[in-house]
Design a binder for this molecule. Structure first.
Ligand code: DGP
Length: 113
């Protein structure tokens, strides 16, 4: 989608630190990491958030979650990790292209928000 930051990253128009890619998914390091490992997993097809997930094929949704699991192994997150998808303004979503944050490499707070 034109003018979407993450679409531009997927297409290589904006540089990123890629950690994983297949036909359906692109994943890269967050520019403002909030944990030792902070990776963003995005479907290549543009949808704005989980609220629009019905516009994605089930295979694309599944591919995102399989990617999360593979990246966690790749990044050595054997102690666990957190997966977050902010959806809409109340959740402070700042980039309107569906993405899953993988946060790991340290003990997370028990409270999630
Ligand atoms: P959210 O607030 O859930 O929409 O998360 C958006 C994330 O995207 C935020 O943690 C910072 C990250 N981000 C924003 N711009 C860029 C960028 O240009 N490159 C990378 N690698 N990450 C970005």
């Amino acid at each position: 989608m034109e003018n979407c930051l993450f679409c531009k990253i997927i297409h290589g128009e904006i540089p990123s630190s890629k950690v994983y890619e297949n036909d359906q998914v692109y994943a890269f390091r967050d520019i403002n990491p909030q944990a030792p490992v902070h990776v963003l997993v995005v479907p290549k097809k543009h949808v704005s958030s989980v609220a629009e997930i019905s516009q994605l094929a089930d295979a694309d949704i599944a591919a995102c979650l399989h990617a999360v699991s593979e990246i966690a192994v790749q990044e050595g997150l054997s102690g666990g990790y957190r997966v977050i998808s902010n959806c809409g303004p109340d959740a402070c979503q700042s980039v309107p292209h569906l993405h899953f944050h993988i946060l790991g490499g340290r003990q997370m707070a028990e409270q999630m928000a």
